[in-house]
Design a protein around this ligand. Structure first.
Ligand code: GLY
Length: 567
């Protein structure tokens, strides 16, 4: 057994299979490799961490379906990818079941009962963004465990089996990658500052690639959930520990908030795009609605003729993004609390009107292009799963910022989210992603904060063709949009669609962000049209599964340690 801090060799290579012993049903968590591309005759899982993908693939091998694999992957991510994988956060699941049914489960966090509209404003009405982003007061009531149990009715394997890899990784540890070592070291001071006891993520000496991270408290929490179901999280010892942590750190989540949380089954958005049906997440994620708006605004414009990464195609997509994000800021919020004019926002007439002032020769202006006129309403993680039966699952889950609030529940070993920052703290004041919101996304007790997460499945003749999604805050819908346009319109191969440079415009600020590697000629041409262009490090980490009549192909984004595994 390896003890915490023991260094073992960790090989990271592209396109080499993960070491795995089917007999023992134990995954080798001390010696694994990344697999960026694979093809399979059966099922595939692609996620932000090789061990989480392998946990899902193990369930497929054991006779489980894509839902089983998704549950095991989500739980494993909570251990091996604490930046965003979680049981202290929330997420959304979109699935296409083999019987043809499309489902979506909303396990977004909610504002605690004691939350109020102006809770992050000081006496002069100025926003104190540190309170909505750092530490105890930043957390919404976690939804992940409720979401997982809401999915169990579609699963084949017992929960005990699905949680077993996560317990193994937490109890016996796993070796961390170079990127993880750097990320934990970068966060060291925050972990010390924002916790009442020093969490396992802080070590005396700096973390190094190949060190073993053991999370005993988290293993105990996962065992309580294994033995007691959702009550092992929302009631009893875990709820006591969360409430105690809140009291110590001046947070406001109570045991009543936890006991009162429920995940919701929502009707997914499903719309046609040429010969495809795109199934995606409805509110309280903005992602699905704005993805539909963006796809529909380009559908009649024959973008394929403009070709990938030309000034013309990038400009059209940028202007479409600008208009969709302006609508997001004004109209979107939790549909259980505000009336949102969804039908109008995605109607043909409305979207035609939105594009009436589009000029293909020059940059639009966010000062002039506000939200449409409707009469009266980075760190997240995505994984994609497909099984051999024809079930497809697309899940995006988050703590919001990297490591969420950076606060670990003492004694329970898991990080809490800082999702309250996804509310509009004050109308017109940007959140950590620079997104602004209005009354529709104001804070209210028990309300769900608006999200950008866009787990999506594309169907061809009513069977799964693509399973896609990405992390990245407000860049999520544009990453999914561009991946779909690259594959469906530009006929790009999956690897390039995932890994070629992306760009992003979100109305405000009125800037076009491009990734490093974006064509400098196209950049110059766009600047001539009047665009202000800012280069940024990375946009999204897209995990795609694509099917063809013979094979299933999984592609894990090169931007991180993301990795694919197969049945
Ligand atoms: N916290 C990022 C999102 O939900 O969009």
């Amino acid at each position: 057994m390896l003890s915490p801090g023991t260094r073992v060799p960790l090989t990271i290579m592209v396109c080499i299979a993960i070491s795995f012993s089917a007999q023992s049903q134990q995954i080798n968590a001390y010696n694994y490799t990344l697999q960026k591309n694979l093809s399979s005759k059966n099922g595939v899982v692609v996620s932000a961490h090789a061990l989480a993908s392998e946990a899902g693939a193990l369930m497929l091998r054991l006779g489980g379906n894509a839902i089983d694999a998704a549950i095991a992957t989500q739980l494993a991510l909570a251990v091996v990818y604490p930046n965003a994988g979680n049981i202290g956060g929330g997420g959304f699941l979109v699935a296409h079941l083999k019987n043809g049914q499309n489902i979506s489960i909303d396990y977004r966090e909610t504002a605690p009962a004691m939350a109020s509209r102006d809770m992050y404003l000081d006496a002069n009405g100025n926003p104190q963004m540190n309170l909505s982003q750092d530490g105890h007061l930043a957390s919404g009531v976690p939804g992940t465990i409720a979401g997982i149990f809401a999915c169990m009715k579609y699963a084949k394997l017992p929960f005990r089996q699905l949680v077993s890899p996560a317990i193994q990784f937490a109890e016996k540890g796993f070796t961390i990658t170079e990127a993880q070592a750097k990320s934990l070291n970068d966060m060291r001071n925050e972990f010390i500052k924002l916790n009442t006891t020093v969490p396992v993520f802080v070590k005396k000496d700096p973390w190094k690639k190949g060190d073993t991270l053991v999370q005993k408290d988290l293993a105990t929490t996962l065992k309580r959930i294994r033995d007691l179901g959702a009550k092992g999280f929302y009631e009893g010892i875990t709820a006591d520990l969360i409430a105690k942590e809140m009291k110590t750190g001046k947070g406001i989540i109570t045991k009543a908030d936890l006991a009162g949380y429920s995940a919701k089954t929502r009707i997914p958005i499903a719309f046609n795009y040429h010969a495809y049906t795109i199934v995606t997440m409805p509110l309280p994620s903005s992602g699905g609605i704005i993805l539909e708006q963006m796809m529909k605004m380009i559908e009649k414009r024959n973008i394929a003729l403009l070709k990938f990464e030309t000034p013309q195609s990038v400009q059209l997509m940028t202007e479409v993004e600008r208009r969709a994000y302006a609508d997001r800021a004004k109209f979107l919020g939790d549909p259980d609390f505000v009336k949102v004019p969804v039908k109008t926002m995605v109607s043909e007439k409305y979207l035609d009107d939105r594009m009436k002032d589009f000029d293909p020769t020059k940059a639009g202006s966010s000062a002039q292009i506000a939200a449409g006129n409707i009469p009266e309403s980075e760190e997240t993680t995505h994984f994609s799963v497909l099984d051999k039966y024809g079930n497809a699952v697309s899940v995006t889950t988050t703590l919001n910022g990297g490591y969420g609030s950076r606060t670990v529940v003492a004694g329970a070993g898991f990080l809490l989210n800082n999702e309250m920052d996804d509310f509009s703290v004050k109308p017109g004041v940007p959140n950590m992603y620079g997104a602004i919101g209005a009354e529709a996304n104001a804070i209210a007790p028990h309300k769900r904060m608006l999200s950008s997460m866009t787990p999506t499945i594309v169907l061809k003749k009513n069977t799964p063709y693509l399973v896609v999604g990405s992390p990245g805050g407000t860049t999520i819908p544009t990453s999914v949009f561009q991946t779909l346009v690259d594959i469906l319109e530009f006929k790009m191969n999956t690897n390039d669609a995932v890994n070629k440079p992306k760009f992003h415009h979100q109305w405000l600020p009125d800037e076009l962000y491009v990734e490093k590697g974006f064509s400098s000629e196209v950049k110059t041409a766009l600047e001539k049209m009047g665009y202000k262009i800012t280069e940024r490090s990375s946009i999204g980490r897209t995990e795609v599964i694509r099917t063809d009549p013979k094979n299933v192909e999984g592609v894990a984004d090169k931007r991180g340690d993301d990795s694919a595994a197969k049945d």
